[in-house]
Design a protein around this ligand. Structure first.
Ligand code: DX5
Ligand code: ZN
Length: 217
């Protein structure tokens, strides 16, 4: 079944604990935790202390999306803070350093993923694909919630589906940005396993209805 990963970026940070409890009760699969450093992307969100607090308050799977330059500098801290899976942007450092970040996270018992910005080709995932548990495709420019889905990324999602099936079939394919009940069917058709949704879940008062609508769209 398609997994749904609500992005906390659109949640009410003043009551994050109860927001997460609500999406858990709504049947969401992962908590998508967006970390922005104001350098890799033109916005700043939350980081290690907030992840630590969330880890104490929920047993949900924490899918951490690092929109951070040279993430190898911080991978240990995010793993210790309680991430279940850490996503690294392939654009954020050299291939060698991203591979090192992956290997550190694995050595700490965590799952790993690599993420592609809209302008990055599917082939850029190839050096990492054999080693990761998840590929994350951005369907907006990273940095902000509530943007419009970029339909021109659909062929890339299909291409990555093929690569995953050939090279590492256990790897999940996740799509992030502008996903709602209207765009979800296109992602599903292109082969996505996990859909991130921020505003489409936290922007609605009935989170259970929102999660269900996206999953069943
Ligand atoms: C954007 C983040 C997304 C974002 C998605 O940089 O990575 O996870 O919160 O928000 P929506 O679903 O509103 O596009
Ligand atoms: Zn994200």
């Amino acid at each position: 079944m398609l997994k749904i990963a609500p992005s906390i970026l659109s949640a009410d940070f003043a009551c994050l604990g109860s927001e997460i409890e609500e999406i858990k009760n709504a049947g969401a699969d992962y908590v998508h935790f967006d970390v922005m450093d104001g350098a890799f992307v033109p916005n700043i969100s939350v980081g290690i202390p907030v992840l630590k607090s969330i880890r104490k308050s929920t047993d949900m799977f924490l899918d951490v999306h690092l929109m951070v330059d040279r993430p190898v500098r911080y991978v240990r801290q995010f793993c210790s803070a309680g991430a279940d899976l850490v996503n690294f942007h392939v654009e954020a450092d050299s291939e060698k350093n991203i591979l090192e970040a992956i290997s550190i996270a694995k050595s700490m018992g965590k799952k790993t993923g690599v993420t592609l910005k809209p302008g990055t080709s599917a082939e850029a995932a190839l050096p990492f694909l054999p080693f990761v548990d998840l590929l994350l495709v951005m369907t907006v420019e990273p940095g902000f919630g509530g943007q419009s889905f970029m339909y021109d990324q659909l062929p890339k999602i299909s291409a990555l589906r093929k690569m995953i099936d050939e090279i590492n079939p256990a790897c999940e394919l996740e799509v992030d940005g502008g996903v709602d009940e209207k765009t979800a069917p296109f992602c599903k058709k292109a082969g996505a396993d996990v859909l991130v949704a921020g505003s489409a879940v936290f922007g609605r008062s009935d989170r259970a209805a929102a999660v269900k609508a996206i999953r069943e769209a």
